[in-house]
Design a protein around this ligand. Structure first.
Ligand code: SAM
Length: 274
């Protein structure tokens, strides 16, 4: 039994489960059941396997030089929505009514930790990302996140069942390797009835690019690469086939869809708190 009400805030190991036998680690590095020893380096739990498909492409991009070149465009997009803070609040507001003095919250795909600047300071936030360099950047920006970060895939979260009071993901979902698996994992690691949130830009946004509109999709591939996306990521963007209504109907049938960012993005919430 994990005691989450004790005075010191829980670390990743307090919340983690053994990747070998799924038993709760309950704070130990060595699994009390099978002896598997978890790797923790520089305050980050390392629970990542060989990456495949979209995960391999995403990790290469977010760990590589393209992300730094693309970042200003992402910030510009959010700024056009009325400012970065307002754009993020459109999503994070769904957590405002969470009860409890110190809710324990998980961000999947935490990146550099930009949302931590905006979240209610009473939240104790943990984060997962598949790009190791993003976790290092997150720690540099927010040293208090030491021992609250995990290098892992959304599709295989390294936590025990039902440990978080909420879980959300912003800006990475469209290109998750296995969307249904990630949604199931988000539900698994939260308490029953806890809020879960998924937000991103509309997956078909590229179809409004000039190249697509004039029947020359290669033109859109060209300018997306100019913005900083590498060729495999661009191909992934242009070939994405993600039917969100069907996916959520099957995996989170009670979820509610909110339009965000002037219709350019979506936010699905389940077990809403507002
Ligand atoms: C656009 S960034 C958004 C970062 C942060 N959530 C924010 O709002 O600023 C997307 C992040 O999701 C991570 N990511 C993408 N696919 C992932 C997956 N399958 N599992 C975990 N993280 C993933 C990327 O490495 C990247 O850091």
């Amino acid at each position: 039994m994990i005691d989450l009400e004790n005075a010191s805030p829980p670390t990743t190991l307090d919340l983690a489960r053994c990747p070998a036998c799924s038993s709760a680690l309950a704070g130990a590095r060595a699994c009390p059941r099978c002896g598997f020893v978890a790797a923790v380096n520089d305050g980050i739990l390392e629970s990542i396997g060989p990456l495949e498909g979209r995960s391999a492409i995403a990790a290469a991009f977010y760990d590589g030089p393209g992300w730094a070149r693309f970042r200003p465009w992402e910030q510009g997009f959010l700024w056009l929505q009325g400012g970065v803070r307002k754009a993020r609040r459109e999503i994070l507001r769904h957590l405002d009514a969470m009860p409890g003095e110190r809710p324990l919250v998980l961000e999947v795909g935490i990146g550099d930790g930009e949302n931590l600047r905006i979240l209610d300071p009473r939240f104790r936030v943990h984060g997962v990302d598949l790009a190791r360099t993003r976790l290092t950047a997150c720690l540099a920006n927010h040293p208090a996140q030491s021992n609250r970060l995990a290098w892992a895939e959304a599709e295989q979260l390294p936590y025990a069942d039902g440990v978080f009071d909420a879980c959300y993901t912003i800006g990475g979902f469209n290109y998750f390797r296995d969307h249904a698996a990630a949604l199931r994992e988000m539900k698994r690691v939260v308490k029953p009835e806890a809020p879960v949130i998924v937000a991103d830009e509309r997956p078909n946004l590229h179809q409004f690019g000039l190249g697509h509109l004039i029947g020359q999709p290669a033109l859109d591939a060209w300018w997306l690469e100019k913005l900083g996306l590498d060729a495999p990521f661009v191909e992934m963007v242009l070939s994405l086939d993600l039917d969100l209504p069907d996916l959520f109907c099957q995996v989170w049938p009670r979820a509610v869809r909110h339009s965000i960012w002037h219709g350019l993005g979506y936010c699905y919430t389940d077990r809403q708190t507002d």
